[in-house]
Every structure is written in structure tokens, then in C-alpha cells.
Design a protein around this ligand. Structure first.
Ligand SMILES: NC(=O)c1ccc[n+]([C@@H]2O[C@H](COP(=O)([O-])OP(=O)(O)OC[C@H]3O[C@@H](n4cnc5c(N)ncnc54)[C@H](OP(=O)(O)O)[C@@H]3O)[C@@H](O)[C@H]2O)c1
Length: 329
């Protein structure tokens, strides 16, 4: 495989973890970092030994040695920066949630189509070995048809009204930050729901701090999701079918254990699917594989799924009247 030059924009928590895993991937060259400031680029670049350190994101998009940009800024930056990077000829791996709303997600895909470029959502859970195991179990018919999904992602975030988890203008709230994982699981396995019933506790900064939704399907299936930035939940995901059930052990979005019970064989079978590092190497490998094959999108997280997930998130928060500045554009 040809070497691939990576550029990172945003120098926060997730960029740090991502870069640790990038170093594990053969043929991945960490070329550049872009920050809103020279000091930010220099600090991050120095810590990770990155040769090109840009004081503006746009300068990284012009860097001729960068093939693919990893977008690791707060949600409102995802769409505009992905579109700008693609327009300047770069492939893009954009952090979750793909955008703030479905309109932005469609604009991103529109730009990728216009230039024939590569674009992928960094919904890293989808590329983990444990999730591949779950997909295989379902495709083998081990649990029959999927009837219900119960998945949650709740954690206790430090109190910070100006931080990206709580600030409305930074796309704050539990649903977009962590609810996107169970919604993506449901959409990936059951598709777009026909009905949605949801509830949220909106906090003093105007964002949802604790929320749940029941996604209903005309065929009788359902997905029950719960997200919180105010408390830790069981962090498990259950997938129940007509013949059995699967447990993706906590924390399910970076699972290394999957158990299955089947109707005829009620004994639990647990598979260990461990990995080293933080788990980002699998999405990095997938993006590089797609680039190598000349693909514009990943089959594991196609554009249509990224848009559908955003549509479900729009519908859920629409029931609470939660609007972000991007919804007015
Ligand atoms: N896949 C995962 O597991 C995972 C986990 C956590 C977060 N994420 C996603 O990654 C994105 C970043 O999350 P994070 O936890 O890394 O955030 P963070 O620690 O707050 O860092 C975000 C970085 O973005 C840049 N930035 C650009 N505009 C900003 C603004 N207006 N305010 C604050 N920072 C701004 C800053 O870097 P510079 O100043 O250097 O430009 C900052 O360091 C989010 O969209 C989140 O959903 C994904």
C-alpha cells in the first residue's frame, strides 16, 4: 500500500488519542497538525513529533504532503471544515457526530460527490473487531431477526458551562455527543425508524443533559436508547432477536467482549475480541483501505447511514424544541 499523509485539525482530547493509534498503523504518515494558534500547533506537534505545524486550519488544507484530514474540532466545525478541506482536494475523516444537523450532513456529502472525494464519519465503534463479530453473528442468523435493541451511553462530565459538552453554541448536549452511538447502532441494524418517542432534561445552558428515545418500526421492532452527560449508565448494548440475544459488554462502544445466547442453545458463549491502544486504528485502516481502493465512502459507514443518523437526531431533539445556531442557517 502507498503511504498516506495524515493531517490533524484540532488539538484537544480526542486528537491526542487518535494520534497515539495512528502511529500503530503501517503506511500512515503523521505529516501535519493545524490549530487555531501557532502555540497550539507547536505544543501538539512537539508532543507527537509532527513535522508540519500550522497556525490556521486552512494552511493545513493547502499542505501538499497531506492526503487526508482528520477533523477533531467541536461539532459545529465538522461540516464547514470538511467542506473546505474537500474543496481543496483533501480526503476527510470527520469525527462524530458527522454534523450538527442533517442539512449540514447532506451538504458535506454533496461536496464529496461534486469533487469525487473521500469522506467518512469517524464513528469508530463500527470498525471495531467486536462490532464485526456482532455483525457476523447476526448475518449467520444466530439470533434470528433483530426485534429490539437497548443501548445506552452515559457518563459524568465535569461541570463546565463554557465547555463543548454544555455550551449550546459548541453543539453541546448528551444526544449529539454520546446518544449518537446508540442511534448509529440502531440505524445500522434496523434502518430509519417510523416513529420516535423521546424525553430530555434540558439543563441551564439550554442543552440536553439526560435523554431517552424509543425508536419504533412498522415491522414491530424497536430500539430504546438513553444518553447522559450527568451520570454513568450500564454502558451495555443488548440486541435481541427472534431466536436469541447478544450482549455487547460495557463499555459497548469500545467493547472487547461479546456474548450470545441462542434459543436452542441457552448457554452463553462469550467471545473475546481484544485490541491494543484506544481503538481508532480500525477506522484509520478502513479509511486508508478505501483510499487505496479508490473509493469515495466506506461500506461500513456509508454516507446514507451518516445522513440517516443525523435525521434521527434532528427528529429527536425537534421533539424537545432544542435548536442550535446551525439550524437557523
Ligand atoms: N470518537 C470518539 O471517541 C470521540 C471522543 C471524544 C470526542 N469526539 C469528538 O471529537 C470532537 C472534539 O472533541 P474533544 O473532546 O477532543 O474536544 P476538545 O478537547 O474540547 O478539543 C477540541 C479542539 O478543537 C479545537 N477548536 C476549534 N474550535 C474550537 C472552539 N470554538 N472551542 C473549543 N475548541 C475548538 C481546539 O483545538 P485548537 O485550539 O488547537 O484549534 C480544541 O483543542 C467532538 O466533535 C467530539 O464529538 C469523539
Amino acid at each position: 500500500m502507498d503511504r498516506v499523509g495524515w493531517g490533524i485539525i484540532g488539538t484537544g482530547k480526542i486528537a491526542d488519542k487518535f494520534v497515539q493509534d495512528l502511529k500503530r498503523v503501517p503506511h500512515a504518515d503523521l505529516i501535519a497538525v493545524g490549530s487555531r494558534s501557532q502555540s497550539g500547533a507547536d505544543t501538539f506537534g512537539g508532543r507527537h513529533g509532527i513535522p508540519h505545524r500550522h497556525a490556521r486550519y486552512i494552511d493545513l488544507f493547502h499542505d501538499p504532503e497531506v492526503d487526508i484530514v482528520y477533523i477533531a474540532v467541536p461539532h459545529p466545525g465538522h461540516a464547514p471544515l470538511s467542506i473546505q478541506a474537500m474543496a481543496l482536494g483533501k480526503a476527510v475523516l470527520c469525527e462524530k457526530p458527522f454534523a450538527v444537523n442533517a442539512r449540514q450532513a447532506k451538504d458535506m456529502v454533496g461536496e464529496a460527490e461534486r469533487i469525487g472525494g473521500f469522506l467518512m464519519e469517524g464513528m469508530w465503534t463500527r470498525y471495531l473487531p467486536a462490532m464485526r463479530r456482532v455483525k457476523a453473528l447476526i448475518e449467520e442468523g444466530r439470533i434470528g431477526s433483530v426485534c429490539s435493541i437497548e443501548a445506552n451511553f452515559g457518563f459524568l462530565a465535569p461541570e463546565d458551562p463554557d465547555g463543548r459538552l454544555f455550551a449550546l453554541e459548541l453543539g453541546g448536549g448528551a444526544l449529539l455527543d454520546v446518544g449518537v452511538y446508540p442511534v448509529s447502532l440502531a440505524v445500522g441494524l434496523l434502518g430509519a425508524p417510523d416513529t420516535i418517542h423521546s424525553w430530555a432534561k434540558i439543563g441551564t445552558t439550554g442543552v440536553d443533559e439526560n435523554c431517552s428515545a424509543i425508536l419504533g418500526y412498522r415491522n414491530g421492532s424497536q430500539a430504546i436508547i438513553h444518553a447522559s452527560i450527568r451520570h454513568k449508565t450500564s454502558q451495555q448494548a443488548w440486541i435481541c432477536g427472534t431466536r436469541g440475544r447478544i450482549l455487547i459488554h460495557a463499555p459497548w462502544w469500545r467493547a472487547s467482549h461479546v456474548s450470545v445466547w441462542t434459543g436452542e442453545d441457552p448457554v452463553e458463549e462469550t467471545a473475546e475480541v481484544p485490541f491494543e491502544g484506544n481503538g481508532f486504528q480500525f477506522e484509520i485502516e478502513e479509511a486508508m483501505h478505501c483510499l487505496h481502493e479508490g473509493r469515495s465512502e466506506s461500506a461500513a459507514m456509508p454516507w446514507s447511514d451518516s445522513i440517516r443518523v443525523m435525521e434521527v437526531l434532528d427528529r429527536i431533539r425537534g421533539q424537545w424544541g432544542l435548536r442550535y445556531p446551525e439550524d437557523r442557517a
